[in-house]
Design a protein around this ligand. Structure first.
Ligand code: FAQ
Length: 315
């Protein structure tokens, strides 16, 4: 570290120690900048790719009301992606490069969006479990040390709460319906339970980034802490709904004050993250095609901006 950087590093450490926010104009270590860009970019990519599994059902929603709700939810996810890409841009990340990172497979997005949506119950279960897990993970990120990320998370979490509620309400309605509908809800729960637990990331002992991200206040809890919080929150909701979570080892542990649960299949997680999940290729191909199809919009917007700048210069 150079003599110039020393007091800057000290000021940075003090800001973190006092739980104040790091802002775009502030000096920060390169590692901090890279880590926030990595996490925020992966998060943004997840929101954008996350539009696909549910978007699959927009044309086949069972009623006008369900269609309006689903359209609003999927549009919200696009908005979340945009807030997050903007937060990454405040750190000097280039938007075009971020998109390239996603469609070339260099940058990650959440494993959960590589599973197919087979019935309309999946829309409800994604709202209940996937948005439920997202809220568990993201509420603490409203206190993340990087200001623009933390502020984006406040708005995102409010919208994710609505998403979780709409999913749970859809499932409650289906559970009051026919036996076939109840079976659909149980089947969707069986398929999404374990992948939802994987959303929190690898177990703490296999998580290379957690210790440093927590020391910097980027993350506030470990992956396992949040996974446990999610299980504790979700088991009573499953009971109220009347579905069985597909884990024979799931039981209340009075001594720990938490639910015990069975082992997560980390081989499956690693395979999905490595690109070999059921829908990875399809998700990326779709995203790439959408990006290419939209190139004329970007060109027109850039031409318009350039013309506006020229006209302003002539005034
Ligand atoms: N999938 O050392 P760690 C949503 C990667 S919610 C794929 O533990 P870290 C809302 C990790 O990036 C979903 N990759 O990493 C929605 C790292 O890769 P790298 C998005 C995963 O960062 C709902 C490596 O494994 N939410 O979109 C996963 O400290 C419904 C080692 O892991 C967020 O992104 C995974 N599940 O902790 C939208 C929340 N887990 O770069 C539509 C913000 C880990 O070192 C519909 N992110 N990896 O090669 C975070 O809180 C953190 O980044 C974690 C991972 C907790 C995800």
């Amino acid at each position: 570290m150079t003599a110039v950087e020393e007091p800057l590093q000290e000021h940075f450490q003090e800001t973190i120690a006092h739980d104040h926010r790091i802002e775009p104009r502030d000096w920060m270590p390169d590692g901090y900048r890279k880590t926030v860009i990595r996490q925020v970019a992966q998060h943004a990519h997840s929101e954008i790719i996350g539009m696909q599994p549910e978007g699959n059902w927009i044309t086949r929603a069972p009623s006008l009301r369900r269609k309006a709700i689903l359209l609003a939810k999927v549009q919200d996810e696009a908005g979340h992606g945009l807030y997050l890409y903007s937060a990454a841009e405040t750190l000097g990340a280039d938007r075009e490069e971020l998109t390239e990172g996603l469609i070339s497979g260099r940058q990650k997005y959440s494993s959960i969006f590589n599973y197919p949506t087979l019935t309309y119950a999946d829309v409800g279960v994604i709202g209940w479990l996937v948005d439920g897990a997202a809220i568990c993970n993201q509420v603490p990120l409203c206190r993340s040390s990087y200001g623009p990320y933390a502020r984006a998370m406040i708005r995102i979490c409010k919208e994710e709460s609505f998403h979780q509620r709409q999913g749970y309400e859809l499932l409650l309605t289906m559970m009051r319906g026919t036996q076939a509908q109840r079976d659909m809800v149980q089947d969707a729960t069986n398929r999404f339970w374990w992948p939802s637990l994987m959303m929190f990331g690898p177990p703490d002992e296999a998580s290379p980034n957690t210790a440093r991200s927590m020391a910097w206040g980027i993350k506030r809890h470990t992956n396992d802490e949040l996974r446990q919080r999610f299980v504790d929150m979700t088991v009573p909701q499953a009971e109220k709904l009347g579905v069985t979570l597909p884990d024979p080892a799931l039981r209340w542990n009075a001594e720990r004050g938490h639910y015990d649960f069975g082992p997560v299949d980390w081989d499956e997680f690693n395979a999905v993250v490595a690109g070999n999940g059921p829908c990875n290729a399809q998700r990326i191909a779709r995203r790439r095609a959408a990006h290419e199809d939209g190139s004329w919009v970007r060109e027109a917007a850039m031409a318009h901006a350039a013309k506006a700048a020229r006209t302003a210069g002539e005034d």
